[in-house]
Design a protein around this ligand. Structure first.
Ligand code: SF4
Length: 417
């Protein structure tokens, strides 16, 4: 990578600084000055807060080695240095992109922001990986709408951890943080993100199923979050909360979390309602399939009827839902049942435009029980063309029976920024 030319501009938003060299070259930095994205001639590099770097080029993804990351950090650092020199002599113009409520910047800020970028020397960026691990345990997955939420880990791992296809928390014991430990964790996370907090608009209460902890404990978590962060009042409509958060960088619109579909008995509508009043906005559910024989095959507890009941309770309490279906799981053996029952399930749910359906292409993970069970049943993973055709079929099937938006959710692209 050779981000050397410098012809154009700094684009400044409250949440990020973009140094644009030309149409094919740019760098994006967070409020602390850590680079987030680097783009050069068709190749995009995305740096996760955990330090990993994903390279994307012509649809091909690859994770960079530590040596490659060090080289890339060096290149980005040199380019930021050139940008600062150019800015000082007027060779780099700046344009502020204001939020709806106005401009948060004086142009004098840009020089100090660029200095912060330069303060993140390659070695310091590599050390950020260690700092991240002091705050967080690995974050294997987030819902796509929350890829750059502010994550807090109230629990770690998954309390069930036996779905055959899932490798997210394998080998990791499930842990629940007590109130004081959670508070200390949130404070450490805030210190780690620093001025980078202005990029986050949502809070994500992790990990896999934090909402399964007892209600009193959950309310403790929510109270701690409210004490430490500015979260939009839930008396406002969603639109008003978004506008409220846009007024000041660092304000949060609401709180999202995952929940297991089979824990329906854990909460009544009234309890969900209390959580909504405390800022819970959307709950993401790994439905995987509306076809009970397939759910059973995957060792996913509960039935499609239980999924319905869970969603009914959440919606009745005014909480939005994000439902994730795995496409291609169970291969040809389950394909027809999976499709038909999943569309039927979605048809029966009263979803609206605030909810969301995600189609997640399924790729078997080495070392998971799914691989051997599928092999025994003669189930083969699909080739890309077959996968794309099925994604299109599900998309059309769902879009015909629900008002909720439908989109593809590719887990292979997950990176926490
Ligand atoms: S899919 Fe969800 S419930 Fe199943 S093991 Fe993984 S995290 Fe746990």
């Amino acid at each position: 990578m050779a981000l050397q030319r410098l012809e154009a501009a700094c684009l400044v938003r409250p949440q990020s600084l973009m140094v644009r060299f030309d149409a094919d070259h740019f760098l994006l930095f967070d409020g602390e000055g850590r680079w987030i994205d680097a783009f050069e001639a068709g190749t995009l590099y995305k740096r996760g807060l955990d330090g990993r770097v994903l390279q994307k080029r012509k649809g091909v993804r690859r994770w960079l080695s530590r040596e490659e990351r060090a080289l890339l950090h060096e290149t980005v650092w040199q380019s930021a240095d050139k940008a600062l020199s150019a800015y000082r002599v007027g060779g780099l113009t700046a344009r502020a992109i204001a939020s709806d409520s106005g401009d948060f910047f004086s142009f004098g800020d840009i020089e100090s922001w660029l200095k912060c970028c330069i303060a993140y020397e390659p070695q310091r960026l590599l050390e950020e990986e260690k700092r991240f691990r002091e705050v967080y345990t690995p974050i294997p997955i987030l819902p796509p709408d929350d890829y750059n939420a502010f994550i807090v880990q109230a629990t770690q791992g998954c309390s069930y951890n036996r779905c055959t296809f899932c490798s997210f928390y394998r080998g990791e014991p499930f842990r629940v943080k007590e109130g004081t430990a959670f508070q200390a964790h949130v404070q450490r996370a805030l210190a780690f993100h620093g001025k980078g907090m202005t990029r986050h608009r949502w809070i994500f209460l992790g990990d896999g199923d934090a909402l399964m902890v007892p209600q009193t404990q959950l309310l403790d978590y929510f109270d701690i979050l409210h004490a430490l962060l500015p979260i939009a009042p839930t008396t406002l409509s969603k639109k008003e909360r978004v506008a409220w958060a846009q007024q000041v960088p660092g304000r949060m619109i609401g709180i999202d979390a995952f929940m297991d579909t089979f824990r329906v008995a854990f909460k009544q509508v009234s309890e969900w309602e209390v959580l909504r009043q405390h800022g819970l906005d959307r709950v993401y559910l790994g439905v995987e399939s509306g076809y009970d024989p397939l759910r059973h095959f995957l060792n996913k507890p509960g039935s499609a009827d239980q999924v319905m009941e869970m969603i009914y309770r959440l919606k009745a309490a005014g909480v939005h839902v994000g439902l994730i279906f795995m496409i291609g799981v169970g291969g040809d053996l389950f394909a027809e049942g999976h499709y038909t029952a999943s569309v039927q399930l979605v048809r029966r749910l009263a979803l609206d435009r605030q909810d969301h359906l995600y189609l997640s292409p399924f790729y078997p993970q080495a070392g998971t029980p799914y691989v051997s069970v599928a092999e025994k049943e003669g189930i083969r993973p699909w080739e890309e063309r077959r996968m794309q055709a099925e994604l299109r079929r599900f998309y059309r099937g769902f879009a015909a029976v629900t008002a909720a938006p439908v989109s593809v959710y590719d887990l292979e692209e997950f990176i926490y920024q």
